[in-house]
Ligand binder design. Structure first.
Ligand code: NDP
Length: 239
């Protein structure tokens, strides 16, 4: 039987690109979303539609999803993975950085869920995987606004899980610890970046993006009546 459509946001790099490869290997047609469309095209995955969409534009996201559904049928899994981490000290950080993180990490995730949930509830089938963070469970220095967004992602996911549980739709949350990706590179303070890199060394290195992708596909491939609600996955030596 043909595998159903999976939508992955933030598929141009890091965890999203690893997710795209894993779900493609498992035989799913994909809708891959990011602003750097050339990077998703370069993954060169079969049966994949690559769309240049800023997740902060809900209409564009919705149009891309509806167009992919007309080719591959209904979305069975949405992975809200796109995210931004801009670390800074609260007294000096530019507030536009806080806004950017709330827009991408929280608002776009809410919009993504709203776009697909109605149909999933009607079909009594479907899975949403929200990529939160260990920073959605505990705090870290210089992470104030980022931690706020990720606590929000974890809380929203759990709330929506309860809201739709009786429809058979699953809302899963993955909370990764440090993963080797481009994420840190957008922070503007060199001191904070250097400190983070030293901390990663002290824990024996971060996880690989594929560690998260393997976890996600394991969770998704459980039968629909089995719900791995949330998983925290870190390097073993990370506190
Ligand atoms: P990367 O920076 O490597 O990748 C982020 C992805 O998000 C890119 O594909 C980027 O695509 C996309 N993205 C960012 N903003 C937008 C936007 N406005 N519209 C569309 N796509 C966007 O980071 P990671 O792979 O590390 O991060 C993936 C998720 O994992 C995030 O939610 C992050 O918070 C979470 N996470 C990461 C951890 C880590 O240590 N790396 C730890 C815990 C959680 P493009 O720029 O092309 O638009």
């Amino acid at each position: 039987m043909d595998k159903p459509l999976v939508v992955i946001t933030g598929a141009s790099a890091g965890i999203g690109a690893a997710l795209a490869k894993r779900f493609s290997e498992a035989g799913h047609p994909l809708l891959l979303i990011a602003r750097r469309v050339e990077k998703i095209k370069a993954l060169n995955l079969p049966n994949s539609i690559c769309e240049q969409v800023d997740v902060n534009e809900p209409e564009a996201l919705k149009n891309a999803i509806k167009a992919a559904e007309s080719t591959y049928g209904p979305v069975d899994c949405l992975i809200n993975n796109a995210g931004v981490m801009l670390l800074g000290q609260i007294d000096t950080q530019d507030p536009t950085e806080w806004q950017k993180m709330y827009d991408v990490n929280v608002m776009a995730l809410l919009n993504g869920m709203q776009i697909v949930l109605g149909d999933m509830k009607e079909r009594n089938h479907g899975t949403i995987i929200n990529i939160s963070s260990i920073a959605g469970k505990k705090s870290f220095a210089n992470h104030a606004a980022y931690v706020g967004t990720k606590f929000a992602v974890s809380a929203i996911s759990e709330n929506v899980r309860e809201e739709v549980a009786d429809t058979g739709v699953r809302i899963m949350t993955i909370c990764p610890g440090a993963v080797e990706t481009e994420l840190l590179g957008h922070t503007t303070s060199k001191d904070i970046i250097d400190g983070y890199e030293q901390w990663k060394e002290s824990i024996g290195g971060a996880l690989e993006a594929d560690d998260i992708a393997r976890t996600a596909i394991f969770m998704y491939e459980q039968p629909q009546n089995v719900h791995i609600r949330d998983v925290t996955i870190t390097a073993t030596r990370q506190q």
